[in-house]
Design a binder for this molecule. Structure first.
Ligand code: ADP
Length: 738
């Protein structure tokens, strides 16, 4: 069926009516001719033969005309419009109906009652049969029936016989009945056609809609794929950027730190401190942007690991205490004792929120103290609801500005940005992080009277007793590192230097490998207490090198610590999956590096002193022997004692030997300096460096190393180093004299 957009509804109905007429045309016309022949044969003995044949000829002719019309329409539908077809079909039907009407002449010409009733029955059958065949078009149906019914009626009236005249009304009444049936049928047919049209229109619309939806769905799938691809590229880009930015930042911060340790000129120190602070600030901003992008990409995940609150607070103190002290602010902690239990959650992200809030508190406070309260609000069998508060006595925030604080890029006041700087992302990230930990964040503040930022998070109960590692580095922890032998695998020379010097500063001897292949070779052929492994390296990356190292049974317990500029969770998981024990992120925070190393080195070399451990008998003996030799800035004889199994006689002997050789080498150094022989000076520095470390004179060893590296013939620097070394030698000698 053609659709409604091309044809009107009336046109479509007419088309359907025509189709119905045509569908019945062939069979009904053939039946009409057959019925005509039957009538002739029945009436053959009762009526005039010629008259009967003429009647049959008339009937057949009109039927043939009607059939021809139908056939023409069927074979060439465009030759006739629907209306024209209906008109002509109605005329030809009138002709067929009239032919049937002519049958009534036999009632008139014959006296037989049989003929009369036979004709009446035939006319009634034809009229009845016309209802289903022609009712699709009302006028066609009427045109076929009226001539025969009225012919019958008038013939019966015209007989003059009263009985026949009375019976003439029977067919008339019957015709009335058929007329109403035909009308009803016609109405139903038209309704059915209309319904069909509407259904088809509806189906058409539905089909269009389904097709449209399918297209939209396809578009959505494509859009989703594109978005996923873009998201993946974005994550990869972020990971790369993280690496690209953190690697040079590591060198800048590390070098500034190292330079600061050696620099005595106050002006240079000031410059170096400022480089360090600005780099830390820049790193903070980069971290914020990276975190924010991760939140945007829905990639910020919360880890589940066992930790202690003490650990988190120690890290916080290490990171923020310098900034607080430099502003004359005190940091006060009030921690609920109920939280001194193993916890489960994400200590890094919790620390991040606390560091951000505390740094803000320090930033916006000029006098007074920063108070950090931690309280347990609710405890169930599995989870704990903990409330953290960071309270300051700073500039405060107006009620109006408090509303917007936790939205991205919001700062309380633009003048604040100018004065204090900042990206306005910190609190938005804190909000996201607390939400990820099922908690909330908020602020109570009065302008000019300080602010209290609070947040709640849900933590799990830890299962194992987490080690109370601390980033506040104790002397004992540092001394546990001295004398260790560590391999650094890193392709970046600057990073190598930073890590190497950080380790050497605490008495660790270092070997270097430029890539994974060399690292693997060195581990296979040598003995190391631990490996610091960069992840991205040429030839063989850190992950592959670790797997290959682990493939040898004897290396199964060797601590391998990743040093990675990529802080993404997936990266860290990859490191662990490859067999690494831990990771330290670049830029390397010295205390974190030391405590991580100590964490993995401690179990291997018991006995080592831990802060809480009482001195054992032999330690006490050493203490008694050298009561003043426990100052790491001058000499901490425990280093030596441990290597000599706490044997007091051996310790005394070695210390004496060291002092003697130190005095000798120092005077040789004076000589070399007076002759401006820097090469010899460097060799002597190298010669004295190692034994100094062995006895626990770490600072002395560092000065020796500086002399060793003093290639640039800087006489003044050499002189000042030598003076310092001589003074230090005096002090050491005094501490170890017995
Ligand atoms: P920013 O990196 O700019 O400090 P934050 O999201 O951490 O970003 O802080 C947004 C703004 O909230 C700050 O710029 C400051 O105006 C205000 N703010 C945050 N903490 C404090 C506070 N302790 N005292 C006063 N104002 C604060």
């Amino acid at each position: 069926m053609a659709d409604l957009s091309t044809y009107s509804e009336a046109e479509l109905i007419t088309t359907e009516q025509v189709k119905l007429l045509y569908a019945n045309a062939r069979a009904s016309n053939v039946v009409v001719v057959l019925l005509g022949i039957l009538c002739v044969s029945i009436l053959w003995g009762k009526a005039d033969h010629q008259a009967l044949l003429i009647w049959l000829a008339i009937l057949t002719t009109s039927v043939v005309i009607r059939l021809t019309l139908a056939h023409r329409y069927y074979s060439q539908p465009e030759s006739l419009s629907n209306q024209a077809f209906i008109q002509r079909y109605t005329i030809t039907s009138f002709m067929v109906g009239s032919s049937w009407g002519l049958l009534c002449q036999f009632i008139y010409t014959s006296d037989s009652l049989f003929v009369t009733y036979f004709v009446i029955v035939v006319i009634i059958i034809i009229t009845t049969a016309s209802v289903p065949v022609l009712a699709a078009v009302k006028q066609t149906f009427m045109a076929a029936c009226i001539p025969q019914i009225f012919a019958l009626f008038f013939t019966l009236i015209a007989t003059g016989d009263v009985d026949s005249q009375l019976s003439a009304f029977g067919p008339l009444l019957y015709f009335g009945l058929m007329l109403s049936t035909g009308k009803n049928l016609n109405r139903r047919i038209i309704q059915a056609i209309q319904l069909e049209i509407h259904n088809k229109v509806l189906i058409g619309q539905l089909t269009n809609e389904i097709a449209q939806r399918e297209r939209t769905q396809q578009d959505l799938i494509i859009a989703k794929e594109v978005a996923e691809k873009a998201n993946k590229s974005k994550s990869e880009f972020l990971a790369n950027m993280s690496h690209e930015i953190r690697t040079p930042m590591n060198a800048i911060i590390g070098m500034a730190n190292l330079a600061l340790q050696r620099e005595s000129d106050p002006k240079q120190q000031d410059y170096l401190e400022k480089i360090g602070l600005s780099s830390q600030h820049l790193l903070g901003v980069i971290n914020h942007i990276l975190d924010f992008s991760k939140i945007e990409a829905g990639k910020l995940d919360i880890e589940e690991t066992d930790f202690s609150l003490h650990q988190v607070i120690s890290t916080l103190t290490t990171i923020v205490s310098e900034a607080a002290t430099s502003k004359g602010l005190t940091l006060k902690f009030d921690i609920d004792p109920a939280l001194e239990i193993p916890l489960r959650g994400d200590p890094l992200r919790l620390g991040q929120i606390l560091i951000n809030l505390t740094n803000n508190a320090i930033k916006f406070t000029e006098h007074g103290s920063i108070n950090i309260h931690v309280a347990l609000l609710e405890a169930s069998e599995k989870s704990l609801l903990v409330n953290f508060e960071v309270q300051d006595s700073g500039i405060g925030i107006s009620v109006e500005e408090q509303q917007k604080l936790f939205e991205s890029f919001q700062q309380a006041d633009t003048s604040i940005t100018r004065k204090y700087g900042g990206s306005g992302l910190g609190l938005a990230i804190c909000k996201q992080l607390t939400q990820l930990m099922d908690g909330e964040i908020g602020v109570r503040s009065h302008l000019g009277q300080g602010s209290t930022f609070w947040f709640t998070i849900y933590l799990g109960r830890g299962t194992e007793q987490t080690k109370q590692t601390t980033n506040g580095i104790s002397n004992d922890l540092l001394s546990s590192l001295a004398g260790r032998h560590i391999l650094i695998a890193d392709d970046n020379r600057l990073n190598q230097q930073v890590a190497q010097e950080l380790l050497q500063n605490v008495g660790i001897t270092v070997e270097l490998a430029e890539d994974g292949v060399i690292a693997l070779e060195k581990v296979t052929n040598g003995h190391f207490d631990a490996v610091l492994m960069d992840v991205q390296m040429p030839n063989m990356d850190g992950l592959e090198a670790t797997s290959k190292i682990r493939a040898h049974a004897e290396n199964s317990t060797l601590p391998i610590i990743a040093i990675t500029a990529n802080v993404a969770k997936e990266e860290r998981q990859k490191c662990l999956a490859a067999g690494m024990n831990d990771f330290v992120s670049k830029p390397v925070e010295p205390n974190i590096l030391y405590s991580t190393l100590a964490k993995w080195l401690q179990p291997k070399q018991r006995p080592l002193l831990s802060p809480s451990e009482p001195l054992r008998k032999s330690d006490s003996a050493i203490e008694k022997l050298f009561p003043k030799a426990n100052d790491p800035k001058i000499i901490d004889i425990k280093y030596l004692a441990r290597q000599l199994k706490e044997n007091p006689v051996k310790v005394r002997k070695f210390a004496k030997q060291f002092m003697e050789s130190a005095k000798r080498v120092l005077s040789e150094m004076e000589e070399a300096l007076s002759e401006d022989d820097f090469e010899r000076l460097s060799a002597l520095g190298h010669q004295l460096k190692s034994p100094a470390r062995t006895v626990g004179a770490i600072h002395f060893a560092t000065l020796c190393q500086e002399l060793e590296e003093l290639k640039g013939e800087d006489t003044n620097k050499a002189k000042s180093l030598l003076t310092e070394l001589n003074e230090l030698a005096e002090q050491i000698s005094e501490r170890v004299s017995v």
